[in-house]
Design a protein around this ligand. Structure first.
Ligand code: MN
Length: 734
């Protein structure tokens, strides 16, 4: 005898196996059973917010997958196990041992990023980014994610209202358009409708009611249109299927909103779809020809997605005809295969690819799209923006002067088009010719436009381009170029400043620079250097202002120097002694006129072979090695004392030296990771790294071990090239 619970889960297992039987070409039943029981065991203690046993959720997700996007047994197993790692004690390794690399990889991609993130947006962005990355390895990750989200939306009632709203908005803004990008027509529609239900319940209920009330009338009307169409198609020996279809609620809602119309005024309520049982796309055009013999078409509403498929692979003929009583009816005509692709999108392509084992253009395009999105993303905010921008629904077709076609989002400008052709064309574009006429760069392009970009070697991206661009690619490249430009100007300003400041023989700290240039509207050292490079401030004025101030409180300055000196001595006393074991092999330092003398390195400036150095004789008679430009050494009092000795580096020492680097930049997604990668690739040991982010900027300290200053400089140069990094400098403990 089975208990109620056991009976219950056997029913569920059989539902899944039954779906496998009808939906999959082949599958390993034992593997699926094994996954089912593991899923059941792992979640046996958990319940959903609704109070149901938790394992109902993965079971339902699996059923959605098999119904909507049936792929293969591996994806069924992964769907059953998708929450096991996130919510139970099982690990990815456990799954790898039990089910192999593929399943483990998919589940890993579906597991939320753990760890501490300051804010939810960044965590969200990192989670999406991770999902895209895993999708590049295995597209099944994202397809299962859609099913997971769909089931969560179907059962959203159980959650508290504020979470319902957040999840519904995320579904509307990200998952639904994302599903559309994958050509998953049916899932997209359900996600949109469900999100509306939680975002605007009143409108949702109203529309449901209206559709119900007008159904009979609508069906009668559509019947009057379909009847003559049926007979003309039959007369021409077409095998076909014709259905009247109501527009889905969310799209009616959107139309009412954007066109400010009432329910009755939305003509697209009437739609029919004709699916032709034919291998030949030209039959769609033939059918179109016959239908428009009966009902006149609205010419500007003809769309040929058969010859030119949408980016997501969608193919169909769209037209609007004028029916009885002058009502407009949207008609879609497509072949059976086109229909399958329209409903299950990338899944159909995936199956097709498996069957004939060849590359599939639509899948390749998707992967390219995901890859670009990841490569171009910078900050968390901009990543999400790019993510959303890339989910555009409306596309236009633009032609190069040679007649090559590019698919662009609606509202694209010549700037977007230029960057679409090539980054170099984008960064140097000064104007464009559209259909032979010169236009400004912010002109909105229209489908069919032929666009020629005019470039100039001296052109650089302008900040306002960001406003004209609509594609993420263009926006990201523009910002990158502007940041690069900014970084260059800061460097230039710094070298101007160093020359000016060195004449004064005084050290002016960056905070003093800001203090004395604040009246010029400058708030950060970087702003100051940039302004200096652009000749918007006069460096000499700032120095004068600083020196005057210093003069005013001269007595105090004296005290400061004493304080610095004492502090220096205190620091020097506990400076790091070099590792005796290593240095005993061969001394790394030669002290002028002396042999076998004890020495150590000032931890204030961490000298590294190749640095210009000087020795300071301490009270105990040993020598402390400092960099010659160390702030503590350049102190007047010390300069005058007789405690300095000349020292130099011994050639061929194998010691490793500690050096500190100070990095500043924009707080971009994954920046820590990129920086760490750069260091690891340079084969340099990291002792410590700390990055602090605030207001979109980060400030980081990095301590590494290097052999000499050349290795260190090389690292600094590499770090400067990391996108988002403004400045990289060795630091001293001041
Ligand atoms: Mn789930």
């Amino acid at each position: 005898m089975l208990t109620q619970i056991e009976e219950d889960h056997y029913i569920k297992l059989n539902e899944i196996l039954e779906l496998c039987r009808t939906k999959l070409l082949r599958y390993d039943e034992n593997l699926i059973k094994k996954a089912f029981f593991l899923c059941y065991r792992a979640h046996s203690q958990d319940r959903r917010a609704s109070g149901e046993p938790f394992f109902y959720h993965p079971v339902e997700v699996t059923k959605i997958l098999l119904t909507e996007i049936p792929l293969d047994d591996i994806s069924v197993v992964a769907a059953l196990l998708h929450d096991v790692v996130e919510d139970t004690d099982y690990t990815i390794e456990d799954l790898r041992d039990e089910f192999g690399e593929e399943v483990a990889g998919i589940v890993a991609g579906l597991t939320k990023i753990s760890g501490i993130f300051d804010n939810r947006e960044i965590k969200e962005a990192e989670t999406f980014r991770k999902m895209l990355l895993s999708m590049i390895h295995d597209i099944r990750v994202i397809l299962i994610k859609f099913c997971d989200r769909l089931h969560n939306m179907r059962t959203l009632d159980a959650l508290p209202a504020h979470r319902q709203m957040r999840i519904a908005i995320e579904t509307r803004d990200i998952y639904a358009p994302f599903a559309h990008r994958f050509g998953l027509g049916r899932i997209k529609v359900e996600l949109e409708n469900l999100s509306l239900k939680y975002i605007d319940r009143e409108a949702f209920d109203y529309l449901i009611e209206q559709l119900k009330m007008t159904r009979k009338e609508r069906e009668d009307y559509l019947e009057k249109v379909m009847m003559p169409i049926r007979s003309v198609l039959r007369a021409h020996q077409f095998q076909y299927d014709i259905t009247g279809r109501p527009k889905h609620i969310y799209s009616i809602y959107k139309k009412m909103r954007t066109r400010q119309k009432s329910f009755d005024e939305i003509f697209d309520l009437y739609g029919i779809r004709i699916i032709i049982d034919s291998e030949s796309p030209s039959d769609c055009f033939a059918a179109y020809g016959h239908i428009t013999q009966i009902f006149p078409p609205v010419p500007e509403r003809f769309k040929d997605y058969v010859s030119v498929p949408k980016n997501n692979g969608y193919q169909s003929l769209h037209t609007t005809i004028i029916g009885p009583l002058g009502k407009m009816i949207e008609v879609q005509i497509r072949t059976k295969q086109m229909h399958e692709f329209a409903e299950t999108g990338v899944a159909a392509h995936w199956r097709y690819k498996e069957k004939v084992s060849k590359r599939d253009v639509v899948i390749d395009q998707l992967l390219k799209w995901a890859r670009e999105l990841i490569e171009e993303s910078d900050t968390a905010a901009s990543f999400m923006e790019g993510f959303k921008l890339n989910l555009y629904q409306d596309e236009i077709y633009i032609f190069t002067p040679r007649g090559d076609m590019k698919v662009m989002p609606r509202n694209a400008t010549p700037i977007d088009f230029a960057f679409e052709i090539h980054t170099e064309v984008g960064t140097h574009c000064i104007g464009a010719k559209v259909n032979g006429k010169i236009v400004s760069l912010n002109t909105r392009l229209k489908s069919g436009d032929q666009v020629e970009i005019i470039t100039s070697k001296n052109q650089r991206p302008k900040p306002d381009w960001d406003k004209y661009a609509v594609t993420h690619k263009a926006k990201a490249k523009i910002r990158q170029a502007i940041n690069e430009e900014r970084r260059k100007q800061i460097e230039e300003g710094k070298s101007i400043w160093n020359k000016l400041a060195s004449k004064t023989k005084t050290i002016i700290s960056e905070s003093d620079i800001v203090k004395f240039s604040r009246k010029h509207g400058i708030n950060t050292p970087a702003d100051f250097f940039k302004a200096l490079a652009n000749q918007q401030v006069n460096g000499d004025d700032i120095i004068k202002a600083f020196l005057n101030k210093k003069h005013e409180k001269n007595g105090k300055t004296e005290v400061d120097i004493n304080k610095d000196y004492n502090q220096f001595l205190a620091d020097a006393r506990d400076a790091v002694l070099p590792d005796i074991k290593e240095t005993s092999k061969k001394s790394a330092i030669v002290v002028e006129g002396l042999e076998n003398i004890n020495y150590s390195y000032g931890k204030c400036c961490n000298p590294v072979p190749g640095d210009d150095i000087i020795g300071f004789v301490t009270a105990s008679g040993s020598i402390r090695i400092h960099r010659r430009n160390c702030k503590n050494i350049t102190n007047e009092k010390i300069m005058k004392s007789e405690k300095l000795v000349n020292v130099s580096w011994q050639k061929g020492s194998s010691d490793q030296f500690m050096a500190g680097v100070h990095i500043k930049g924009e707080d971009r997604i994954g920046i820590t990771n990129t920086i760490t990668q750069v260091i690891l690739k340079s084969d340099i040991n990291i002792r410590g790294i700390s990055l602090n982010a605030k207001d979109g900027l980060f400030d980081g300290h990095l301590v590494v071990f290097v052999k000499n200053v050349m290795v260190l400089n090389k690292l600094v140069e590499k770090l400067k090239r990391v996108s988002g990094v403004f400045s990289v400098e060795r630091f001293t403990n001041d």
